[in-house]
Design a protein around this ligand. Sequence first.
Ligand SMILES: NC(=O)C1=CN([C@@H]2O[C@H](COP(=O)(O)OP(=O)(O)OC[C@H]3O[C@@H](n4cnc5c(N)ncnc54)[C@H](O)[C@@H]3O)[C@@H](O)[C@H]2O)C=CC1
Ligand SMILES: O=C(CO)COP(=O)(O)O
Length: 339
Amino acid sequence: MEKVTVLGAGSWGTALATVLADNGHDTLIWSHREDQATEIHEHHTNAKYLKDVTLPANLHATANMAQAIEHASIVVMAVPTKGIRETCQKMMQTLDKPVLFVHVSKGIEPGSLLRISEIMREELPASVIEDLVVLSGPSHAEEVVKQHPTTVAASCESLVAAERVQDLFMNQYFRVYTNPDVIGVEVGGALKNVIALAAGAVDGIGYGDNAKAALITRGLAEISRLGVKMGAKPLTFMGLTGMGDLIVTCTSVHSRNYRAGFMLGEGKKLEQVLDEMGMVVEGVRTAKAAHQLAEKYDVALPISAALYSVLFEDKTPLDAVDDLMLRMKKREMDEIYNN
Ligand SMILES: NC(=O)C1=CN([C@@H]2O[C@H](COP(=O)(O)OP(=O)(O)OC[C@H]3O[C@@H](n4cnc5c(N)ncnc54)[C@H](O)[C@@H]3O)[C@@H](O)[C@H]2O)C=CC1
Ligand SMILES: O=C(CO)COP(=O)(O)O
């Protein structure tokens, strides 16, 4: 049995804490909100994020970071990308021992263009990082808490650390593979949210399955093209954290990115969409990062660029699709890895 603290009590932090508690680990979840910690600890619910779910009785919660850190030999970082730096800084007020970190967030920081593991290594001294493993893949919280079969990958250069995380989470309904390609896993997880916003938008416009299949396929091409330039292995994008997560996010009603995109396609403005969602829509910030990454690495990311113009340049989704369809002629395969 391991002593695990999950930082972040939204849908994903709570669902993963449930898996850990189901596996018999001594699991504590930390929320930055006192009311939410109390709800989880005393009532075994987290109603805003996981409706009609009763959490395991052996899952505990706190809003006290010092207590959360004191508890842990393993820390799971499950806050949205925007909160990663702040949470690391809060943690460092008390953390003075090495722990194994697992992060499960999917984003790239605009401006710095850092992946989550890079942000964490920037904020945390090496002396407190025993190892840092990424856990990612096609995994909606709403299905995990129902114990529906789910597969993900634990990614770290150290196979020993990746296997420890594999053992920590793995059970009958939650299957974990290992993958040493941290860059590919993080880039795939972050960029699929941008494509999912676009997939939601084409459905919101009222277009059909042909358009969505095109977005998924060409979306994977542009994610791979960028990822390879950033140092990822091409094959990773064919796996769970690439194609797998892209499929689930572009096609599931559970996806906040897909649902936000759908509303954009219906003609709603971004601000209104984000208000209505009330949960994190990671693809919006990552679309900004993608825009900057395209320039930095000199890679064409046409779907991400079209989405960016809808989100931040007031282009209508219909016009953005027209622009994509009328781009200059291309060969399908030559450009995937050679731009
Ligand atoms: N929901 C899902 O099924 C999955 C989510 N993820 C990723 O997990 C990460 C977290 O997402 P969710 O839990 O789904 O989001 P959510 O919107 O359901 O919950 C976010 C939680 O983080 C808290 N929070 C916001 N800012 C914070 C900060 N600065 N410091 C501490 N806590 C803060 C909120 O109060 C809330 O409890 C995201 O990067 C997401 O892409 C990954 C796989 C599946
Ligand atoms: O990453 C996810 C599923 O693997 C969750 O996606 P959303 O953030 O779009 O809900």
